[in-house]
Design a protein around this ligand. Structure first.
Ligand SMILES: [Cu+2]
Length: 122
């Protein structure tokens, strides 16, 4: 029993060390589909390590904007809840015009920062 516990602990440490350097898999799902203009809604962001383990201890921030129009979102979406299992609730998302948007997700975990940009054509 002691040996098994020790091994398990070691594996977790190695996994955390790798997480800082590797690419993360990040996905989102919206609670309205297709995303409508001028409707406040929420997303669930799902974050996994490259080898498929949920990233449960991240600080997540989101900014959005229209690069072609040089403006941001009309709201400031915030991750309000860590739903567990690598899932994070993002509230306050609203797009106020159609066109090309980018959502930039900044993930801080274990002292490292990962940035993912989702392009969106609305
Ligand atoms: Cu615009």
């Amino acid at each position: 029993m002691q040996i098994i516990r020790a091994l398990f602990f070691t594996l977790i440490i190695i996994s955390q060390g790798n997480l800082a350097k590797e690419t993360l898999n990040v996905n989102y799902s919206s609670n309205i589909e297709p995303i409508a203009i001028n409707v406040m809604h929420e997303w669930i962001l799902t974050i996994e390590s490259a080898d498929g383990y949920p990233v449960t201890n991240a600080d997540v921030a989101v900014e959005g904007g229209m690069p072609e129009h040089n403006h941001g979102l009309p709201t400031q979406p915030k991750v309000t809840k860590n739903l567990g299992n690598g899932r994070y609730l993002l509230q306050g998302v609203r797009f106020h015009m159609s066109g090309f948007w980018e959502m930039k997700v900044t993930i801080r975990v274990e002292g490292y920062e990962h940035v993912v940009i989702f392009p969106l054509e609305l």
